[in-house]
Structure formats: C-alpha cells, structure tokens
Design a protein around this ligand. Structure first.
Ligand SMILES: Cc1cc2nc3c(=O)[nH]c(=O)nc-3n(C[C@H](O)[C@H](O)[C@H](O)COP(=O)(O)O)c2cc1C
Ligand code: SF4
Length: 405
C-alpha cells in the first residue's frame, strides 16, 4: 500500500475534505470565476507536459460546439509512476467531482475515464462510485439540482500501449482507431474526441482543481515556487529505504527529497520516468519544478552499485517496444540507439560513433512527431554525458581507429 507523507506543513491533494460539498459550491459559482481561480492559481497539468489547466478549460469552454467531452487520462504508463493508481484507489470521489466541475465549466455533458488496462481490477470499484454518485444526483440529469447541467461519466479501458497516454493517441484509441498520435494543432481542447472540443487532464490535475476551488488560488500559491505552484504527488521507487507515494511541494531539491525517503546514498536519480532525465550527484541541489527539472511524478533512485549503461539499455528497450512506428526518427532512432548501447556494452563502439549516436538523439528530440520520440533519447544522452565512468571504465569504448563502427 503506498504511503503519503508531508514535508510541507499542510497538505493540498491528500487532505480529507467533503468533495460533494466542494462540488455543490462550484456549481453555484459563475463558470468564469472558476476559470479565473484556476488561472490565478498557476496550476499546470500534472501529467507531464505542464500546460496551464485554466487556459485549457477556457479554450474548451469558449469553443463553439453542441457536444464536448471531459477525458481523464488514467493511462499511467510512464515507468516508475504509480501515483494515479493511489489516487484512483483512495481519492476516486475527488476525481469524479473534479471531472464534473470541468463538465460544468466547459459545457461538456460526457466524461470518460481512460483507464490503464492493467488497472482493470479497479473497474468495479470505480463504477460503484459512479453509480452511487448518480443515486445522490452528483451525476446524471440536472446535477445537484442545477437545471440544464447534465453530466455523466463512463470508463474505457486501455490495452497496454504506452503511447496511448499521449492525449491524441488516447483519443484515436477511444475512437476505435490504432493508438497513434495526431498532428497538432489542432489541439484536443478545440478539436478532440469525435472532432469535438475535449478537455484531457491527468487524474491528479482534476483532483487539484477541486482543492483550488475549495480554498482559493492564493492559498494554493503558498505552496511551491512562483512558476510551479502547489504540491505534487511523487511516485518514488528504487534504491531508497522508504519508497512510496509522497505529496511534496514543487520546487523541492533532489537532495531534500532523497533525505526524506532514505535515498541519501544515491549515485543517480531518474526524474520523470524513462522519458525524463538522469541526474547525477553534482545536480542534487537542483529543484524539481517546471522551470528546473520537470516531472510527471516518477522518481527512480539508483544506488552506487548500479551500472548506468544497464539503466540506459533498459529504458531504450522500453522505447523500442513502445514506439508506435509512425515516424522515422523515433522508429529507427530508438532501434539504432539500443544497438549503440549494446555495442558499448560489448566494447565495440568507437568514440566517433558514440558522438554520432548523441547527434542522432538530439535529432530525435527535435524531429519526432510526439513526446515519446522527442523524449526517448533523454536518458541515453544524460547518462552518456554525466556517467562517463560507467561508459569508459569498463573499456567499452574503442578508440577512433579501431575499425569498428
Ligand atoms: C508517450 C506519452 C505518454 C503519456 N502518458 C500519459 C499518462 O499516462 N497520463 C497522463 O496524464 N499524461 C500522459 N501524457 C501526457 C498527455 O499527452 C497530456 O499532456 C496530459 O494527459 C494532459 O493532462 P494534464 O494537462 O492534466 O497534464 C503522455 C504523453 C506522452 C507523449
Ligand atoms: S514519435 Fe514515436 S510514438 Fe510518436 S508518432 Fe513518432 S513513432 Fe509514434
């Protein structure tokens, strides 16, 4: 069972509240006041990309259409991330209330939870919550007696593709097509599911909106930094004494976080999952925040005994498996980087070829179609740059004249 803990004095997301009362309060507010509160709070999406939530809701709300949707992205496929599982288990009512509020603000009548296939075991319990909310008129026709506001939520299951967490691939998958990312723009807020304006938000984002409406933007901004307001849930795993789910203020340093979870002896920390960056000891004073080291919440701690080339190999195998194959930089690039890592491990990679691999990684970052291919080289590039010892000490690099690649 995951644990929550606090380093800050007050909790935001995991404080116990009456979510029904907050929803009732929200449904009496003017829609534009809710948007203003969210905008003032500085809340950025908790799924990884960090798009301002108030702006997204306003775009969908002002888009002209008879039909709109609210989608909760509960695909949670990033390696090392398990905080949404915790929220879906322990704070499901807050999620359903947050989605309902998004429906009210944007004019959507239909909400969908896109649930990670492996979380099928939660299907019954979430459906029971939805049923019970219908009975209490917290969902359905004229929600909370609000004539003209009808809103209901259904659940759709993913089938295990990591790329389907990308919002446009998720929408393709919901529509019954192959889960492949779309060209953007247009963005889902204006042209989304079935071509209709669609708000897609992470589980944690919906829950956070509810707390902001309850306690206000000024209260929320007490936590975090100027550019990364609020607290965030972190899924912490790997070589530390106390792995688990933690609510911590954004802006916390890597060093402080490690001390909190018993990971002081770490050699490296991967922040942001497989698609994030690998941080070395020299950078442990950096802040985990959108303006410094951004993350959707995954923190993997590596102890002194870990070989970082093995880590890079493990992540790259993941991307080779998960690339949807639609665009060349990602489809071929991930394969080539994995081959390169294997050559490094066999000691048959020249420094010249290693430099070429790094150039390839940088090209993938700017030319891949979606975030998967753009971020696939991150771990490889940061490990090559920062953990030269693991790459050079094992005599894995041949000199330029070796005749090998
Ligand atoms: C390959 C890939 C996988 C993603 N997986 C998830 C996911 O599992 N959950 C999630 O909320 N966002 C995921 N995202 C980000 C979504 O595309 C989108 O930005 C997010 O759901 C928006 O919600 P937010 O604004 O609340 O963060 C993923 C993005 C990419 C490129
Ligand atoms: S970057 Fe990768 S996952 Fe994204 S569209 Fe291209 S091939 Fe598919």
């Amino acid at each position: 069972m995951p644990t929550t803990d606090k380093l800050n004095k007050e909790l935001v997301l995991t404080r116990k509240v009456n979510t029904d009362d907050i929803l009732r309060k929200a449904l009496k507010m003017d829609r534009s006041d809710i948007i203003s509160e969210l905008r003032d709070s500085g809340l950025k999406g908790r799924g990884g990309a960090g798009f301002p939530t108030g702006v997204k809701w306003n775009l969908a709300g002002t888009a002209k259409s008879d039909r709109k949707f609210v989608i909760c992205n509960a695909d949670e496929g990033e390696p090392g991330t398990f905080k949404d599982r915790f929220l879906l288990t322990e704070y499901c009512d807050a999620l359903l209330a947050g989605m309902t509020m998004a429906g009210y603000v944007t004019g959507a009548r239909e909400g969908i939870i896109y649930l990670r296939g492996e979380y099928v075991y939660m299907l019954n319990s979430i459906n029971q919550k939805i049923d019970s909310r219908r009975e209490k008129n917290l969902l359905g026709k004229s929600v909370c007696g609000n004539t003209g506001f009808d809103f209901d939520i259904s659940i759709r299951l993913g089938s295990g593709a990591y790329v389907c967490g990308e919002e446009t691939a998720l929408i393709e998958s919901l529509e019954g097509q192959r889960g492949e990312p779309r060209n953007r723009p247009p963005f889902p807020a204006t042209v989304g599911y079935l071509g209709c304006p669609t708000v897609v938000n992470n589980v944690e984002t919906f829950i956070t909106t509810l707390h902001i409406v309850d306690k206000g933007a000024t209260w929320f901004k007490k936590f975090g930094t100027d550019k990364s307001t609020g607290t965030k849930l972190f899924s912490i795993s790997g070589d530390c004494a106390k792995p688990g789910v933690y609510e911590l203020p954004l802006g916390i340093s890597v060093e402080k976080l490690l001390a909190h979870v018993g990971g002081e002896d770490a050699k490296a920390v991967q922040i942001g999952g497989a698609s994030g960056n690998c941080i070395s000891k020299e950078e442990f004073k950096s802040a985990i925040a959108f303006e410094d080291i951004p993350t959707g919440g995954s923190v993997i701690v590596f102890g002194a005994h870990r070989n970082m080339l093995d880590v890079a190999e493990n992540f790259m195998e993941f991307f080779v498996e998960e690339s949807c194959g639609q665009c060349t930089p990602c489809r071929n690039g991930t394969e080539t980087l994995l081959e390169g890592i294997e050559q490094l491990k066999r000691g048959v990679c020249s420094t010249r070829y290693l430099n070429k691999l790094c150039e390839l990684g940088e090209t993938m970052q700017i030319s891949s179609k979606c975030g998967l291919g753009q971020s696939a080289p991150n771990a490889f590039l940061s490990i090559v740059k920062k953990f030269k010892h693991d790459i050079f000490s094992q005599r894995t690099i041949k000199n330029n004249n070796s005749g090998e690649k």
